[in-house]
Design a protein around this ligand. Structure first.
Ligand code: TYD
Length: 136
């Protein structure tokens, strides 16, 4: 069963340069899945919370390209908060975990690389339904 122990921060390559730094990410190299979709969250008003749900199949990699925010992961038993604030770190979130994002700083930009195309049927939006899905 997937737990919060399977969530991990991955450090990406970083080329520091007086002209400006550069980082990158490659599928199946730095992250353990093929990228089918990319989306981003921006202009998030202070105090807002996004993404209170789980995915049955979709895996994701979340990067704070600008600013900072928290990613809260729950597996039905335990909960962990990951604070992202550097563009060369990302959070790998396997499928089957409950995740929310909050504490967005002004002008923060969250980039999310996803392993599946958008599929509304892949979402679990009710926490009790999530616990049933996990067999808890
Ligand atoms: P959603 O993932 O439900 O965000 P949140 O859980 O933070 O509320 O996305 C919000 C809306 O955006 C959703 O109703 C449909 C649309 N959407 C897409 O069409 N494609 C996508 O890849 C994503 C992530 C969302």
């Amino acid at each position: 069963m997937t737990t919060i122990e399977n969530v991990n921060i991955i450090e990406l390559p970083k080329f520091t340069d007086p002209r400006g730094n550069l980082s990158f990410v490659e599928q199946l190299n730095h992250i353990p899945f093929e990228i089918k979709r990319t989306y981003w969250l921006y202009d998030v008003p202070g105090g807002e919370c996004r993404g209170g749900h789980a995915y049955k199949e979709n895996k994701e990699f979340i990067i704070a390209l600008s600013g900072s925010f928290d990613v809260i992961i729950e597996d039905g038993v335990n909960k962990k908060v990951f604070h992202l604030n550097r563009s060369y770190y990302g959070l790998f979130v396997p499928k089957g975990l409950w995740r929310e994002m909050d504490n967005f700083s002004t002008n923060s930009l969250a980039l999310i690389l996803s392993s599946t195309k958008y599929d509304v049927k892949d979402y679990i939006r009710d926490y009790n339904e999530y616990l049933v899905f996990k067999g808890l």
